[in-house]
Design a protein around this ligand. Structure first.
Ligand code: ADP
Ligand code: ADP
Length: 227
């Protein structure tokens, strides 16, 4: 078991109930779509997993560690185990492709030798061999998202969270990014992808968790899309 939520509720300071008594389990190796309309609580769920927010009620475990009870000095280890891919890429514009990936490893204290071997490896894995020295501004949106994914997997996380990763991409490019995420998942990384894109989820035959007003309204494992 990689992620466990037990009766988790989140009420923000302004009184908004973002999550209401959520329980769920994520097994190692799963690929999960997290769906639901805007405001349903998807981002809150993600923020709780990385301890960017604490729950108002309930318990959360990631890799068997309590995210709620963990000490401040344990948070970096938690975050190292979770790679995140953003809708708007969030790349460092004044660093090259290789430097963006290398930087993510430097900040978690990877040594120079490891960075030297790992950077070309992940760049190759995401299909950007030859673009190492390009700057983000010289890349297409799809290529920039590949850099975002390379950066997210550089430290070999147990869990990859992709928050609307295709939100700024056209359909063909989105499908290429999906293939890359499936590929990473096949190699053993658990993936949770928050998305609105029904056309990507349909026929994917993956587990889909639907959030509706802070509640799980359905959680199926055969990839059926409900309307
Ligand atoms: P989603 O990602 O599905 O759009 P969110 O988790 O962002 O949903 O939001 C769930 C609810 O919580 C919404 O009503 C949103 O306005 C509210 N919310 C999100 N973040 C905060 C915050 N930091 N403070 C107060 N309310 C918030
Ligand atoms: P620094 O700023 O520490 O001198 P660089 O800017 O030269 O480092 O590069 C940062 C890291 O990015 C290096 O550790 C190197 O492994 C990696 N790197 C830079 N350019 C390339 C490249 N063309 N191919 C693969 N890795 C690269």
């Amino acid at each position: 078991m990689l992620v466990q939520f037990y009766n988790v509720s989140k009420v923000y300071n302004n009184g908004v109930k973002a999550l209401n008594d959520i329980s769920l389990k994520v097994n190692r190796g799963e690929f999960i779509f997290l769906m639901g309309s805007s405001g349903a609580g998807k981002s809150t769920l993600v923020k709780l997993m990385i301890r960017e927010e604490l729950p108002t009620r309930g318990q959360i475990f990631v890799a068997s560690r309590s995210v709620v009870r963990m000490k401040r000095n344990e948070v970096p280890t938690l975050r190292r185990n979770i790679g995140i891919v953003f809708q708007d890429f969030k790349l460092l514009e004044n660093k090259t492709v290789a430097e963006n990936v290398a930087f993510a490893m430097k900040v978690v204290g990877a040594d120079a030798a490891e960075i030297r071997t790992r950077v070309p490896e992940v760049i190759q894995m995401v299909g950007l061999k030859g673009r190492e020295d390009s700057f983000p501004g010289q890349l297409s949106g799809g290529e920039q998202q590949r850099v975002g994914i390379a950066r997210a997997i550089a430290n070999r996380p147990l869990l990859l969270i992709a928050d609307e990763p295709t939100g700024n991409l056209d359909l063909d490019t989105s499908l290429e990014i999906m293939d890359l995420l499936y590929d990473i998942n096949r190699k053993g990384t658990t993936v949770i992808m928050a998305t609105h894109a029904r056309e990507l989820v349909r026929n994917a035959h993956k587990r889909i968790i639907y959030l509706d007003s802070g509640k799980i309204s359905s959680d199926n494992s055969n990839g059926e899309v409900f309307s």
